[in-house]
Design a protein around this ligand. Structure first.
Ligand code: PMP
Length: 414
């Protein structure tokens, strides 16, 4: 028993509450890809999931999961012991083909993939250059790594190159010549929804011999003509295929692929090394066959119907972005279905999200530490299965609530 510790924790929680930064878990049950009910049976339209293609409720995906659950509800062990299901191998081979890489390895979550890749590959004397707005799992991977970490300004390749040159100078002075350099970036940034400048990053990685790692969690199934992610997005734009220039493409099964789990695609040597050395991979029970089979079914659907899904997703994204901007909302410009509406103060963002909830719409309020102080926002996401009517109704409701909140604020500050 340590009553003092409990008291200190309570005080910290109180402080979070007072600053509108406390987090609670609100239970939901999805009844379709876009609608959910709460414990009281109230129905909500959801504009906050990462279920970008709406495949969580697609019958083929559900049936694949059901069928594989007949092989047991759990995987029974780590992949290196008894947890190596046929389904995992099949999905890895499918992902390698999809991403045009030699090999793929599944992790239990995208979070564990980032953690387990970054700290396993980077050693003392190595240097990791990480974008300022990278996902928390990348940041945590760099934090537990023994390598030095330099954070470059968001998407600022000049800043990145300056940092690299400074580090090269320092290493020369210290007579160290065994360092490996790593550049790590989100493909699509999870909170701003913008896209990494991959061609420039490749140029710098080639110039300074850096291992380039990209986290395509929000890009896979979302950008690129056939949903292959950031590499394909730039191939469509420039005609240049950067597959061979990116060392590792990380992803998750939990967003467009409608399941759970993480993965990494790249050269076989990297994958074999991770199988042998990555502790989050080695020491955790593998995903169940049904979890993996549902992701594989979603991937097969994406491969078959990419044109239909991505056209719907892009049309929905454009419609929502245009309506919100016309309504005067402070939306961060972009082309992905992650649509951040910047509000500023955390309390106002909370209030906004609660008002939307009263109208039957769920949009997540994102506050520090997920985003910098003063940049709290509604993080709205549209998915391929939202209807035009749902999007129009939601945009109109958001605009009305924002105008009412603004009027109230002006009155209070008068
Ligand atoms: N990378 C990014 C960019 C993410 O946004 C997330 C989760 N939101 C993850 C990794 C972690 O993936 P998972 O949810 O599968 O752990």
């Amino acid at each position: 028993m340590n009553p003092n510790l409990e008291m200190k924790l309570k005080e910290e929680l109180e402080e979070l509450k007072n600053n509108n930064l406390n987090r609670t878990i609100d239970d939901l049950r999805f009844i379709s890809s876009t609608k959910a009910i709460d414990k009281d049976g109230k129905e909500f339209l959801v504009f906050g999931t990462n279920n970008y293609l709406g495949l969580t409720h697609q019958p083929d995906v559900i049936n694949a999961s059901k069928k594989a659950s007949t092989y047991g509800t759990g995987s029974t062990g780590s992949r290196l012991t008894t947890g190596a299901s046929f389904e995992a191998r099949e999905l890895e081979e499918n992902l390698s083909k999809f991403k045009s890489t030699e090999s793929t390895l599944i992790f239990n979550t995208g979070y564990m993939a980032n953690l387990g890749i970054i700290y396993t590959l980077t050693k003392e004397d190595d240097i990791i250059f990480s974008d300022q707005l990278n996902h928390a799992s990348i940041i945590d991977g760099t934090r537990i790594s023994k390598a030095k970490v330099r954070v470059y300004k968001h998407k600022d390749t000049k800043d990145l190159e300056n940092l690299i040159q400074t580090e090269i100078k320092e290493l020369k002075e210290k007579n160290i010549n065994s360092s490996n350099f790593f550049i790590v970036t989100d493909g699509v940034f999870s909170m701003d929804g913008d896209i990494a400048p991959l061609p420039e990053l490749v140029e710098i990685a080639n110039k300074y011999n850096c291992c380039l790692i990209i986290d395509d969690a929000h890009a896979t199934g979302v950008i690129g003509k056939t949903g292959k992610g950031t590499v394909e997005y730039y191939k469509d734009k420039t005609g240049i295929d950067l597959t061979e220039s990116v060392d590792l493409q990380i992803g998750t099964l939990s967003k467009a692929l409608a399941s759970e789990g993480g993965f990494v695609c790249g050269k076989k040597t990297y994958i074999d090394y991770l199988i042998n050395k990555s502790r989050p991979f080695i020491f955790s029970t593998a995903l169940s066959p049904s979890t993996i089979a549902s992701a594989n079914a979603a991937l097969n659907l994406l491969k078959k119907n990419s044109n239909e899904y991505l056209t719907k997703l892009q049309n929905n994204t454009k419609l929502m972005r245009n309506l919100l901007k016309e309504g005067g909302l402070n939306v961060i410009d972009g082309e992905t279905p992650i649509i951040p509406i910047i509000i500023g103060p955390a309390d106002l963002t909370n209030k906004f999200s609660k008002e939307l909830e009263k109208e039957g719409i769920l949009v997540s309020a994102i506050r520090p530490p997920s985003v910098p102080k003063g940049e709290s926002r509604l993080r709205l996401t549209v998915i391929a299965t939202h209807t035009k009517e749902e999007i129009t109704f939601t945009a109109k409701t958001i605009i009305k609530i924002w105008n009412d909140l603004k009027k109230k604020l002006e009155y209070e500050n008068h």
